[in-house]
Design a binder for this molecule. Structure first.
Ligand SMILES: O=C(O)C(=O)C[C@H](O)[C@H](O)CO
Ligand SMILES: [Mg+2]
Length: 402
């Protein structure tokens, strides 16, 4: 069996997506997501110019060897561009493998460890009151776990606050929108939000919060401590994690559960975090961390240290990633939770899929493969639009972490 052709499809049904489609001599095709928000064309070029010529003629069933070939063979290892490209190839190859077997992908991983996948949705508002209302709307939609992000008094544009209630798209302009950040205002406000949420909705809903890399380790420890009475499911990306030991300081000072890893590319980005039990949830995804092949290695390693999975699932990850992630989540023994930010109707139409939401959970489908396809004709109606993520500066102009 041979790979006969592969192509990259770039489209923008509401936002940009990069999709890799692999064809074989047996007529079976597979697709993978290669979207890197704000830097999409770099992965498209990496695939078209450097990866696809190496795929033609290879046996698509040898997904492990192809993974190793792309990782070791490039000489230049790791990084978001390389690893998003490898992820797309790997996802497409697992899709093909499962279609050849005539089975849903989770069966090839080891079958079902659970019937359904707990997901968390995104509630947000410009004010504390609006955010409390938005959480109520998610509870009414059946969600059991909800991430709450709010506008902060005195900060013009806060991370995670959308214009509507259901969809959030931070990559909103061809050149980055500039936002201003103020840590003391944020640290004073956030505990009040979660106090109000517990007061309004009681103990049951799982509540999450994304700090989005804005704090130093000591500030993160302060926030974690002040949130302890409100029993968060997790506090995410409390501080940047290039220095994995930074999490030791947070860990030693608060029992609020910690999650990190949506920007990680390989096991090497989280090895110390996991083996030192500095986190509770690892947020690496199929798309960013080397596809099913590598994500499985991270999850198995994490299981040794009782760290559970909590994969990134923002809308800049296409339904292809969501489909593959749900098969992974249905299998992975140390599953924690899956992020689920709903795609727009336009996006869903371009990527027909068989997963479904019901009562706070997602169910992966039963069709062979990962269950997501692409309507290329429709995709062609939405050409690429340059869009970058915002940046953040402190009030004095210092560049900060968005
Ligand atoms: O979903 C999350 O937790 C995010 O932090 C979303 C990110 O800002 C987004 O994926 C960046 O492209
Ligand atoms: Mg995040």
């Amino acid at each position: 069996m041979k790979i006969t052709a592969a192509r990259v499809i770039v489209c923008s049904p509401g936002r940009n997506f990069v999709t890799l489609l692999i064809e074989t001599d047996q007529g079976v095709t597979g697709i993978g997501d290669a979207t890197l928000n704000g830097r999409e064309l770099s992965v498209a070029s990496y695939l078209t110019d450097h990866v696809i010529p190496n795929l033609i003629g290879r046996d698509p069933r040898q997904s492990e060897d192809i993974w190793q070939f792309l990782y070791r063979g490039a000489y230049w290892r790791r990084g978001p561009v390389t690893m998003s490209a490898i992820s797309a190839v790997d996802t497409a190859l697992w899709d093909i493998k499962a279609k050849l077997a005539g089975m849903p992908l989770y069966q090839l991983l080891g079958g079902k460890s659970r019937e359904r996948v707990l997901v968390y949705g995104h509630a947000n508002g410009n004010t504390l009151e609006e955010t409390v209302d938005a959480v109520g709307q998610y509870i009414a939609m059946g969600y059991k776990a909800i991430r709450a992000q709010s506008g902060i008094p005195g900060i013009a544009k806060a991370y995670g606050v959308a214009r509507g209630t259901l969809h959030y798209e931070p990559a909103d302009a061809a050149l980055p929108t500039e936002t201003v950040w103020d840590t003391p205002k944020y640290l004073r406000f956030v505990p009040k939000l979660f106090e109000k949420l517990r007061e309004t909705y009681g103990d049951e809903p799982e509540l999450l919060h994304d700090v989005h890399h804005r704090l130093t380790p000591n500030e993160a420890a302060q926030l974690g401590k002040s949130l302890e009475p409100y029993r968060l499911f997790w506090m995410e990306d409390a501080t940047p994690a290039e220095n994995q030991q930074a999490f030791r300081l947070i860990r030693e000072r608060t029992t609020t559960p910690l999650a990190v890893g949506e920007i990680f590319n390989t096991i090497w980005d989280c090895k110390e975090l996991i083996e030192n039990q500095l986190i509770d949830y690892i947020r690496t995804t199929v798309l960013r961390a080397g596809g099913i092949t590598h994500l499985r290695r991270i999850a198995d390693f994490a299981a040794l240290y009782q760290v559970r999975t909590g994969s990134h699932g923002a809308t800049d990850l296409s339904p292809v990633t969501m489909g593959a992630a749900l098969h992974f989540d249905t299998w992975v023994p140390n599953f924690g939770i899956q992020e689920y930010m709903r795609h727009s109707e336009e996006t869903d139409a371009v990527f027909p899929h068989d997963y479904r939401f019901e009562a706070g959970h997602l169910y992966c489908g039963e069709s062979p493969g990962h269950g997501v396809t692409i309507d290329e004709e429709l995709a062609a109606k939405y050409p690429y639009k340059p869009a970058q993520l915002p940046i953040a500066r402190l009030e004095d102009g210092t560049m900060w972490n968005w």
